[in-house]
Structures are given as C-alpha cells and as structure tokens.
Design a protein around this ligand. Structure first.
Ligand SMILES: N[C@@H](CCC(=O)N[C@@H](CS)C(=O)NCC(=O)O)C(=O)O
Length: 388
C-alpha cells in the first residue's frame, strides 16, 4: 500500500486506521498494526525467521544491533533529515523565487553544523569498525563470568535512571561506576575505553562493552532472563515495546529534557536566564507528544502493554520526571497520565523510584556547582541552539 508522504496520502482516512500518527512506514498483519521502522524490522525478522546475520541470536551481537538502532535516532537521523529537507527547500525556493528568510532561514543556517557533524560520525564509525574485529576476538577468549557486570551511570541522566531502576528491581548484581557529568568524568581516557561516544549510561560485562540505554536494557533482560512482562516473548507484544522505544527518541525524549536545560542548565552554564516564551514553546511541543502518548500508547490501559509494566513504561516515566524536577508539573491537569505515573511508581517500588530520582528532584540545589570547562565547551553549540 502506498503512503506517499509528499503527496499527503498519509492523511487519508484509510491510512489513519493503520497508523494514527500518520507516518510511514507502517505494517498491517491481519488485525495487528505497527509503525516505527526498527519495531517493524524486529517483528519481521522474528516472525519470518530471517537469516541470523540480520538480527543475530548471539546476545552480544544482537546488543550491538540494538545499540546502533538506538544511537542513530539522535545522531545520524536528525541531520540526514535536515539535509534532505534543506535540499527540497532550496528547490522550492528557486521555484517560488522567495528569499532565504521566507524559506525557514533559521533552518537553512543551522545546516552549517552538519558538515562538521558528518565528519565526526565518519570518524566514529571508522573507529568502531576498526575495534569491532578486535572485540569479537576478545569475546572468544573471554573467560565467562571472570569479571562482574559494571554499569557506568550518573543518576542525573534519565537513560541512566532507567538502567539503574531496571537492574535494581530485577536484583541484577552490578558494580555502580559513578561517572559525574558535571565534573566531565565522561571525557576521561579510562571511560573512553568503555564508551568511545563518551556518554552515559554504558555497560561493561567482562570485556564486552555496550552503550545506549535501550540496548543495555534489552541485553540485561536477555542475559538475566527477567520476568516476561518487561520485554514479552510474544512477538506482537514485544513489537509494541519496540514501537514505543523507537517513537520515544524523537518525541518525549526530544522535548522533555529541554525544560531542564532552559530552567536550570542554561542559567548554570551561562549565567543567563531565558525569556518565559522559550519555556512556553517547549511546553507546547511537549504537550503534543504527551497527547500522542495518551491517545496512541496508553489509551485506557493501566500500562502501555496492558495490565503489566514493561520497559516502555519505565523509559517513558524517567524522561517525564525531568520536567517535574524543575517545577514544570506536566501531570497536573492530566489525570490519565498522573494515574499511570502512580501505577508505574507502585510497580517499580516507591522507595527505589524515589532513590533513583533524588538528584533530579533536588536539581535546584546544584546552583553553586563548578562545571567542567571541557563540558562547557562541548555543550556550547547545543546551548546556542536552544538559546536562539
Ligand atoms: N541515546 C542515549 C543517550 C545518552 C546520553 O545522551 N547521555 C547523556 C546524559 S543523559 C550524556 O552522557 N551526555 C554527556 C555529553 O553529551 O557530554 C541513551 O539512551 O543511552
């Protein structure tokens, strides 16, 4: 079935029944419908038992596929999309003979950073490839269980909290390696050996290392055989979790953390405060994502999958606690969302939930903290973008 985006066919009534979010690709398999390409790929590979190399059964290799799929959402995909739209806009501009300002000047100017970003990815990808063969060799030589599981975390970070809560709740034994972001500890050479992307969370299991919270969660769920409700073996239920995890990156995750940046981090890093309209813009965008979350994912169910908590609920809740920490109560006036939050807290355990969120709920106390200069320089382009 065709869903030509540029011809607007995604807005037809028929397509709306397949995907209420009106995006392609979307899959329909009998009564079962599924958007989000990574979720569709995983569903097809499991249902049709495609050759193993596409999504290997080997836990570590599979984790690497998950790691890449999660990473590309926030690294490769946004800029590739920008380039695509930029080229289209330039064509439209030529055709309509209008000025740059008229044609999203903001958008066109922001593309100057793309070339630098592309070079950075090329370098990262080639470094990854170089080390991949070495790593596979080392896995073979690995003496299973010789070294324990290490999780590199800073609970200020929402993906770290997901991993922390999941590991604790499931009694997975691990060593908590604290990587303090504000002190720039993620730039240290030693941490670079665990994650060359220099981001938390990261996992080290013997000589096997892994980045990206969703890949880490899936790896832990497989390795420690956690209760089925977290990531069900039923392929359609599992696809629902994959669908949410994929949607999350470009929606809830793209909007909720900006409240923290605007209200706390920008003043802390630059000494400047942003006008209230900036926060309002972010809250408006977040409201769209929350509406979709309620209507598409939660509906009238206790949890995203139905009667039990899954990884999807956990990933969603920790992100939504970021605005709460800075005083933007997104649960107020949203009774359905608020009841869901209570259920998730209960399912995780109030004490564990509170412990994991202690730093973010007291973030305002960090006003006198010293920020690492390297971190300031690294984040300057991000800050400039938000401040524009
Ligand atoms: N998509 C990644 C995101 C990881 C990420 O962005 N981590 C942030 C903390 S929330 C970080 O380490 N930032 C350090 C930096 O960019 O310098 C995941 O889910 O694990």
């Amino acid at each position: 079935m065709s869903g030509d985006e540029l011809a607007g066919q995604q807005h037809s009534d028929g397509f709306g029944k397949v995907n209420v979010l009106r995006k392609v690709p979307a899959l329909k398999d009998g009564d079962f419908t599924l958007p989000e390409s990574p979720a569709i790929l995983a569903y097809l590979s499991q249902k049709y038992k495609t050759p193993d190399h596409w999504y290997p059964l080997d836990m570590k290799k599979r984790a690497w596929v998950d790691e890449y799929l999660a990473w590309q959402h926030s690294a490769i995909r946004p800029s590739v999309l920008k380039i695509f739209w930029l080229k289209r806009l330039v064509k439209i501009r030529r055709r309509k003979k209008c000025t740059c300002d008229e044609m999203f000047s903001d958008f066109i100017l922001s593309s100057h950073t793309d070339r630098a970003q592309q070079n950075m990815w090329r370098q990262i990808i080639s470094e990854c490839k170089k080390t991949q063969y070495d790593r596979e060799e080392r896995w073979r030589a690995e003496d299973a269980g010789r070294m324990g599981l290490e999780l590199y975390l800073d609970l200020l970070s929402q993906p770290c909290r997901t991993v922390y809560i999941f590991a604790k709740k499931n009694n997975i034994p691990f060593e908590f390696k604290h990587v303090e972001l504000f002190k720039g500890q993620h730039y240290r050479e030693e941490f670079g050996k665990v994650n060359i992307l220099k981001k938390v969370p990261a996992l080290k299991d013997g000589v096997f290392t892994l980045a990206e919270s969703t890949a880490i969660l899936l790896y832990l769920s497989r390795k420690y055989n956690t209760p089925d409700h977290w990531y069900p073996s039923d392929i359609q239920k599992r696809a629902r979790v994959d669908e949410y995890l994929s949607w999350h990156h470009t929606n809830i995750r793209a909007n909720a953390p900006k409240t923290l940046w605007i209200k706390v981090l920008i003043p802390l890093f630059t000494g400047q405060t942003l006008p209230p309209e900036k926060l309002q813009e972010v809250m408006d965008e977040l409201a769209i994502s929350l509406k979709q979350f309620e209507e598409k994912f939660l509906q009238d169910k206790p949890f995203i999958l139905g009667s039990e908590i899954s990884l999807a609920d956990l990933v969603a809740i920790v992100e939504l606690m970021q605005p709460i920490g800075v005083g933007c109560d997104i649960f107020e006036d949203r009774p359905k969302l608020s009841e869901w939050r209570n259920r998730v807290e209960e399912a995780v355990g109030k004490e564990l939930f509170q412990e994991a969120h202690e730093i973010i709920l007291n973030i305002k106390e960090l006003s006198n903290i010293q920020i690492d200069p390297q971190l300031k320089a690294h984040l300057a382009p991000v800050l400039r973008k938000i401040m524009k």
